[in-house]
Every structure is written in structure tokens, then in C-alpha cells.
Design a protein. Structure first.
Length: 217
């Protein structure tokens, strides 16, 4: 009866967390650590040992189709990583007037020594900078245009060769590594072959360490 209950518990857990199967199969998750998490989360019977939960995790995953690791070797990619702190992010709903304001701000900052980056989507425009935008925010019209204004950010930029776009799951690999390290991603952008990941300043060093380890930079 214990075995049946345990099997149902593990099955329910993986069905509720479908990506976790891939993480276990590709070695991104330590099985005993996952077993300890399941036990501490009161998702298993109280008298179930961590070893027993770990054994059932292995048994459950072994019956599933194998999800292969990514078909690229980071050792030969010559990847580079850059960090920058004390950033602010301004997000505008995209329309002609907002677009003009956002680009005017971007052009003014671009003429200074400060960092600036603007990213346009179908619905929003994002402006990222370490320039002090307080003077801009005093403009009441501009204030109404800004959907979000977030301070205290930093970014980690990974210079991915564009050819890695063809590798299925390459971005998932990066994001999974941060998720397992309990790092919240505030914003994520790809610009050409570059990945730009914004996190809180307090997580910046940890983010750098996690990506350096995962990508073998």
C-alpha cells in the first residue's frame, strides 16, 4: 500500500511540475535534493524516507521517454559574460506618441556616458538605462505614458553565437539554471546573438556565478 501511495504522490508531483522531468533526466536536478523537497513540502507520507522517495522518483522517471540533453558543447563556443548594475527599466505601452517619447529619451541618454538600450515589441517598448531618469519623470505627460518604472536592477549579458539559435532548448537551459538557483528573472531579451537577463541587484552576483557554472564560461 505504501508503494502505491508513493507512486501516486510522485506521479501527481511530476504532472503538476512537467518541466521537472526534463530537469531530472538531464541532470539539472539532484534526485535526493528533490526527494528532500517533496518530503519537506508534506507532499509525501510522513513516515516515507528520503531514500524511498528518491527511489520512487528514479522508478517513475525511468518509465518515461528520455529527453536528451542539448546537442551543443559550451566548451567550444567561446561564450562571454558581462554584468552591469544600478539599472532602471521604463516600460511604455506601444503607440505612436509613446514611441516618440521613448526614443527621444533614448536618444538623449545615448549622447551621454551612460548605458542605454531600447527594445520594441508589438505591444510594449522597454527602455533600460543606468542614467538617473528622475528629471524625465517630472514630466506629467511622460508619467502617464509609463506603464512600469523599476529601479534597483542589474543585468547579465551572455554573448551567444547566433548559430545557437538553431539549438532546440538552449534558452530553456539558461532559464532552468536560474530557476533551480531560485533567481527571479525581472526581464529577458535576446538581441541578435546576445541574451540580456535583468535581475534584482541583490541577485546579480549569484546570477553571474550560476550562468558561469552552467555555461562553463
Amino acid at each position: 500500500m505504501m508503494f502505491i501511495n508513493m507512486s501516486n504522490t510522485i506521479g501527481t508531483f511530476f504532472k503538476s511540475n512537467p518541466f521537472m522531468v526534463k530537469y531530472v533526466q538531464t541532470g539539472l536536478v539532484n534526485i535526493m535534493s528533490l526527494a528532500r523537497y517533496i518530503k519537506n513540502s508534506n507532499k509525501a507520507e510522513k513516515n516515507a524516507s528520503i531514500a524511498a522517495i528518491g527511489m520512487e522518483i528514479r522508478r517513475y522517471v525511468s518509465r518515461l521517454p528520455i529527453q536528451n540533453k542539448l546537442n551543443f558543447n559550451t566548451d567550444v563556443q567561446n561564450l562571454h559574460l558581462v554584468t552591469r548594475s544600478n539599472l532602471q527599466e521604463l516600460i511604455f505601452i506601444k503607440n505612436p506618441q509613446n514611441r516618440e517619447y521613448a526614443h527621444n529619451i533614448f536618444n538623449k541618454i545615448s549622447k551621454t556616458k551612460y548605458f542605454s538600450c531600447i527594445v520594441e515589441g508589438d505591444k510594449e517598448i522597454t527602455l533600460i538605462t543606468d542614467f538617473d531618469v528622475e528629471d524625465f519623470l517630472k514630466d506629467k505627460i511622460l508619467n502617464k505614458m509609463i506603464l512600469y518604472h523599476t529601479t534597483g536592477l542589474g543585468f547579465v549579458s551572455v554573448d551567444f553565437p547566433i548559430k545557437l539559435r538553431k539549438v532546440v532548448g538552449v534558452y530553456s537551459y539558461v532559464l532552468s539554471a536560474l530557476q533551480l538557483a531560485d533567481i527571479s528573472i525581472h526581464s529577458f531579451h535576446t538581441i541578435g546573438g546576445e541574451i540580456l537577463i535583468l535581475v534584482k541587484n541583490g541577485d546579480l552576483i549569484k546570477t553571474q556565478e550560476v550562468l558561469t557554472s552552467a555555461l562553463k564560461i
